[in-house]
Every structure is written in structure tokens, then in C-alpha cells.
Design a protein around this ligand. Structure first.
Ligand code: PHE
Ligand code: NA
Length: 448
């Protein structure tokens, strides 16, 4: 076994670690709540399994073919007259944008781990005040927790694939699954569980909005970490002779299951307390803490476990966002891993500070441009524009540029002729068109 590569299970845990993140536990439940439940979940599942999984497989394929950073990978696999495709590899720069707001939210989670054991808010009004005053006025605590998150992420990446990324995921991912299983079992016996199941799986067409489709499709990309060379980069550190199709399917199923389990846990708790599911982004940081408090002592443990799970999920994603840029700098710019990590981390740290400050009362005016503050801009630019572009480029690359014999030889042993054809058709036609339409809509050029 190559000394600095993932084992098969190490890769699956790391890729699942990347995929399972804030997207699953924080975002998926609240957008499901806002978009009426069942029908939203249905569209989400369809996109994840038809388009998302195909692109996921494409990225794993590319990375595993060359075992190199994203730019070198695309360059090596392009025919001589098409070397300019190598610029597709630079989609990892999207990671810098995500790295600005993602660790800020990890900071909030750290704060709520402390809140869980020290002072859960005693009602919804108080809970809202608590979160808002932390977000808007408590600049020093926010920076403290944010810095902690950044140091942890950078430290892990500086240790490399085996000693850093794989080790971290080998500990955090099983713990995450363990905690979520426990919370699921707990919520199954709550009165609200049945209602939660119904809410998530009963397609209520009355609440059906075409804009919900857009949210569902957009989220399907974010949740699988595709379109910014993260999965490609992890696959580049994969040992040879691994069934890449099976590994991809396993990760996509894990990501989906964890999103659904997180939804069931949160909605069971919310419905048991007779609260509304559609509370938006504050579901996890405002609604839940107040309910946990009402539960008494058990609520403190549940709150702590919940925020630990959320932190674990987010940390393993954040490290995967940093790795592609670092691998590029190490391989192409001859930087040491330490220097590469700390330079990128420092850049992201400074930009992230601005994102953090843009939420605060003192700096929001200075750091708001047009309709959004910097925090929202970074989120929007990365998930609504850059990741979809990355997804289209990857699809077009494997669909039209990559030698068919190469993809055939690598994939057919694992998926067979028929699925290969469906996959190729998705890459050439379905994915590029679907993502393009979605993107135009998200940036407001066309409106559904
Ligand atoms: N997939 C992660 C989530 O669901 C986010 C992420 C996006 C991670 C892009 C890596 C790359 O939270
Ligand atoms: Na995810």
C-alpha cells in the first residue's frame, strides 16, 4: 500500500466525511421545512441519484486515473491540442470561498456546545435573542470560536492524507454515525416521530412551488461536494484496485441517509413540541435549543450530542474543502505541505473574518454590497455560481474531451455496458443542461 494514500475504507469515510456536513444536518432540514416537505425531498432524491451521483462517479474516476492534483489530472487526460482544459482543474479555488463562511458556522456550533451545558435559553423569544446577540454583537466570542475552527482544520490538513485527513475521519465519522443513531432511536419514541415521517415522505402537492425544485437541485450539488475538485482530489489519494463505482454509490447513499435521519430527528423534536417546521435557518440555532431546554436534564445531553455531531460533520467537510488547493500547491508549486496549508488557511481566515464581521451590527453596513452582506455573497457565489460551473465543466470534460476508451476501461468492469451508456449520456446532455438552467435561474437571468 502506498504510504500516503487512503485505504478503501479510509477513502469511503473521508469522502463521506466531505459530503456529510452542514448541508445535511443544518441546511437540509430547514430547506425541507421551508419548501413543504415530501415533494421537496422527492425532487432532491431524484437529483442526487440521477445527476449528482453521475458527476460524483466522474470525479472519482478522474482522480483515480492519475493520482495527481486536479490541474495535473485534467491536463494529463486532455489530448495534446486541448491542454487548455487544464484550467478546469482550478475549480478548487471555489473552496477558498466556501472556506470563508463554513468555519464561521463551525464557530457558532462550538459556541452552542458550550451553551448546551451552561445556559440553554428558556423560551423561543430568549433563544432568538441569544442567537441574534451572539451573531450581531458578540464579536470577540465569535472570532474566538472561529479561530479555533480554522486552526483545527489547518492543523489536520498540514498532517497530510494518512496522518491528518484519514485519521480525523476514522475517528469523527464513526462517532457521528453513532450519535445520530442514538438520537434517531430517541426520536422514534417521541410523539412527533410519525408526523415527521409523514412530513418528509408524504408529497404534499399543495405546497408545491417550482422554486422548490431549484432549491432541491442546487442543494443536491452542495451536499455531495461536487463541482470543485474536492472529490476528485480525495480520489487521487485512493489506492489502486478499488471498485470506484461501488465506493461512490456507498458515499452518496450515506450522505442521503444522514440528511434524512437528521431531518427525522429534528422534525420529531420540533413536532413533539408542537412547533412549526418552516422556521428557516434558525431551526437548529434558535428553535432546537429552546425545545432542548423544555425537556429538562435529558435535553442538555441531547443538545450537547446534537451539536457535537454537527461539529464533527462540519469539520470533516471543511478539511476536504482545503485539501484540493493544498495538493495543487504542493505538487505544482513545490511548496511544503505545511507552508501550502498555512498560506491558504491564512488567506481564507482573513476573508472569513470579513464574512464574520459582515453579520455584526458594527460592520454590517460597511460589509454589505447590494442586497447581500459578505457572508451571504460568499455562500451565493460558491454554491449558486462556481459549483454549478464546476459541475458542468466536469460533465463536459468526461463527456466530450476524455478518451472514451479510458472511461470505458475504468468503469465498465464495475457498472456494465448499459449503465455506462446511461452515465455517459448524463455527462454529455442531461447534467450540463440541467445545471445550466438551474444556474441561470439562481442568478436571476430567468425566473421559474
Ligand atoms: N458537502 C458539504 C455539506 O453538505 C459541503 C461541501 C461542499 C464540502 C463542497 C466540500 C466541498 O455540507
Ligand atoms: Na452533504
Amino acid at each position: 500500500m502506498h504510504k500516503n494514500r487512503f485505504s478503501r475504507i479510509g477513502f469511503i469515510l473521508a469522502a463521506a466525511g466531505s459530503a456529510v456536513g452542514l448541508g445535511n444536518i443544518w441546511k437540509f432540514p430547514y430547506i425541507t421545512g421551508e419548501n413543504g416537505g415530501g415533494i421537496f425531498v422527492l425532487v432532491y432524491l431524484a437529483t442526487v441519484f440521477f445527476i449528482g451521483m453521475s458527476i460524483f462517479i466522474a470525479e472519482v474516476l478522474l482522480g483515480s486515473l492519475t493520482n495527481k492534483n486536479a490541474v495535473t489530472t485534467i491536463e494529463t487526460l486532455s489530448p495534446p491540442q486541448k491542454k487548455y482544459w487544464k484550467y478546469t482543474g482550478f475549480t478548487f479555488l471555489t473552496g477558498i470561498f466556501i472556506l470563508t463562511f463554513y468555519p464561521v458556522v463551525i464557530g457558532w456550533i462550538f459556541n452552542y456546545m458550550v451553551v448546551s451545558v451552561s445556559s440553554l435559553p428558556s423560551n423561543f423569544k430568549e433563544s432568538e435573542n441569544l442567537f441574534m446577540s451572539f451573531l450581531k454583537n458578540d464579536i470577540l466570542s465569535q472570532i474566538f470560536y472561529y479561530t479555533l475552527a480554522c486552526v483545527l482544520i489547518a492543523y489536520t490538513i498540514s498532517k497530510g492524507v494518512k496522518k491528518g485527513i484519514e485519521k480525523m475521519n476514522n475517528i469523527l465519522m464513526p462517532s457521528l454515525i453513532f450519535i445520530l443513531t442514538f438520537l434517531l432511536i430517541y426520536s422514534i419514541q417521541l410523539d412527533g416521530f410519525y408526523k415527521a415521517v409523514e412530513f418528509m415522505f408524504y408529497p404534499n402537492f399543495e405546497k408545491f412551488h417550482s422554486s422548490s425544485i431549484i432549491v432541491a437541485v442546487g442543494h443536491a450539488f452542495f451536499t455531495l461536494s461536487i463541482g470543485m475538485a474536492t472529490i476528485l482530489t480525495y480520489a487521487a489519494s485512493l489506492d489502486k484496485n478499488v471498485d470506484i463505482v461501488r465506493a461512490s454509490i456507498t458515499v452518496v447513499i450515506m450522505d442521503t441517509l444522514i440528511a434524512i435521519v437528521a431531518g427525522l430527528i429534528i422534525f420529531s423534536i420540533v413536532f413533539t413540541a408542537a412547533q412549526e417546521p418552516g422556521k428557516g435557518a434558525g431551526l437548529v440555532f434558535i428553535t432546537l435549543p429552546a425545545i432542548f431546554n423544555e425537556m429538562g436534564t435529558i435535553g442538555i445531553y441531547l443538545a450537547l450530542l446534537f451539536f457535537i455531531a454537527l461539529a464533527f460533520a462540519a469539520i470533516t467537510s471543511a478539511i476536504s474543502i482545503l485539501e484540493p488547493t493544498v495538493m495543487y500547491l504542493v505538487e505544482r508549486k513545490n511548496m511544503s505541505r505545511k507552508n501550502a496549508t498555512y498560506s491558504v488557511a491564512l488567506l481564507a481566515y482573513v476573508l472569513g473574518l470579513l464574512a464574520l464581521l459582515s453579520n455584526t451590527e458594527s460592520f454590517s453596513t460597511a460589509l454589505t454590497f447590494g442586497s447581500k452582506n459578505l457572508f451571504d455573497w460568499f455562500d451565493f457565489i460558491s454554491s449558486a455560481i462556481l459549483m454549478p460551473i464546476g459541475g458542468i465543466l466536469i460533465a463536459l470534460f468526461v463527456g466530450y474531451v476524455l478518451d472514451k476508451e479510458v472511461s470505458r476501461k475504468a468503469l465498465i468492469p464495475f457498472m456494465g455496458e448499459t449503465y455506462y451508456k446511461i452515465w455517459l449520456f448524463t455527462m454529455k446532455i442531461v447534467a450540463p443542461i440541467a445545471i445550466f438552467v438551474l444556474m441561470l435561474n439562481e442568478i436571476g437571468i430567468i425566473k421559474f
